[in-house]
Design a protein around this ligand. Structure first.
Ligand code: 1QQ
Length: 382
């Protein structure tokens, strides 16, 4: 009996209808920026995924199958994100992909996943329109459109700002979308803008823009930037004697700013956040303790969102009866994901359906009751 079964299994494998790897492991791709300027975010994101996967595997995996992560560095570049997505989808034959890190890369690479009917799940993509790409595109990152109006109204209340200057990167999908949403929030809340200045990826000298801003006497500088430029911008502002508060978006919501703009340079930076280390729910307390034990450093919102995303995917996977037919399994996972409800480190979570540009149902956005908090000199204020 035993040997007959073995022969049957062997012949099925030979016929290509069953693969040993699929029976034993659930292979998930992770495409994040692990080198270059955006690696400041990518490593936190990777840590969150790996922590959650190790917890899930230690608890027996998904219906007995272990999660296996295939990790790729997309370098924070859209061309590289496309390459890595192709490798994961067609060569590694992953069930789904987490990533990429930047919205700029997601806008380029997610259409590859959509065309291959493979889930692309972003945990840090906050620009408008990412999930409009299609119905295999998901994210649990709370968008700039959701967060920035709260950031501005909180800054009005706590800082008493009456007028602001705006500085943003005009060649990146995220920084541009952040600008659009800041502009709208400022108009809605009737906060006049004294000056609007721009910069580009890779710029290193921001003194001309900052000097112009300074001459218009704003109460704060609204900044839509990634850390690679946002750090030097804060340093140079302080060198010019500009002591104004900075109000940032998701790109500035990282403790890495305290390394890039050391000491007093990063004082008075205010951001809205979907997560706070000080939120002491049972789920977050467990996450923070497990993260510190594994990595010997504190988590940030990027690792909190990737940690939750892995658990969200695991909930969907538990509902999927894997058949070994990759195309069918990828689609079954896509169909299961929208129904997941999960309370994790970032709070209660569910998805809401996005629309594509023609107004038809497309991918899925986080519908999260965000904990809006603000970092200020390294401390969160809830
Ligand atoms: C985006 C972002 C960045 C800050 C991710 C690291 O929010 O590109 O959408």
């Amino acid at each position: 009996m035993h040997s007959t079964r073995k022969i049957l299994l062997a012949s099925l494998i030979a016929a290509g209808s069953l693969s040993v790897a699929q029976a034993a492991d659930i292979t998930i791709g992770m495409a994040e920026a692990l080198s270059g300027g955006a690696a400041q975010y990518g490593h936190s994101i990777k840590n969150g995924f790996e922590l959650a996967a190790s917890e899930i595997n230690a608890a027996g995996g998904i219906n007995g199958n272990k999660i296996k992560l295939v990790v790729e560095d997309e370098q924070g570049k859209k061309e590289e994100a496309i390459n890595v997505f192709k490798k994961l989808i067609f060569q590694d034959k992953v069930l789904m992909i987490f990533g990429p890190t930047l919205s700029n890369s997601a806008q380029a690479a997610d259409p590859i996943a959509q065309a291959a009917k493979t889930v692309a799940f972003g945990t840090s993509n906050t620009a408008d329109g990412i999930t409009s790409i299609g119905n295999y595109v998901f994210r649990n990152s709370v968008t700039e459109a959701d967060v920035l109006p709260v950031t501005i109204s909180t800054a009005q209340r706590k800082l008493g700002i009456k007028k602001v200057a705006v500085l943003y990167g005009n060649d990146d999908v995220f920084t541009k979308s952040g600008y659009d949403n800041f502009k709208k929030a400022l108009a809605d809340l009737k906060v006049p803008v004294t000056a609007t200045e721009t910069f580009a990826k890779g710029d290193v000298d921001f003194k001309a823009q900052l000097t112009k801003i300074q001459s218009t006497h704003p109460d704060a500088i609204v900044l839509s930037a990634l850390l690679a430029e946002g750090g030097p911008i804060m340093v140079q502002a302080r060198q010019l004697g500009i002591k104004l508060p900075f109000i940032g978006g998701n790109g500035m919501n990282s403790v890495k700013i305290f390394d890039l703009a050391p000491g007093a340079a990063s004082n008075d930076l205010w951001v809205g956040s979907p997560w706070s280390i000080d939120n002491n729910t049972p789920e977050n307390t467990k996450f923070v303790a497990a993260y510190k034990a594994k990595y010997n450093t504190a988590p940030d919102q990027f690792s909190a969102q990737s940690y939750d995303a892995m658990h969200i995917a695991a909930q969907a996977l538990k509902k999927v009866k894997l058949t070994g037919n990759l195309a069918a399994d990828r689609t079954a996972l896509r169909d299961a994901l929208p129904n997941v409800k999960w309370t994790g480190a970032t709070g209660a979570f569910e998805f809401t359906q996005a629309k594509n540009r023609a107004g038809k149902p497309a991918g899925y956005d986080a519908k999260q009751t965000a904990i809006i908090s603000m970092t200020h000199d390294g401390k969160y204020i809830i």
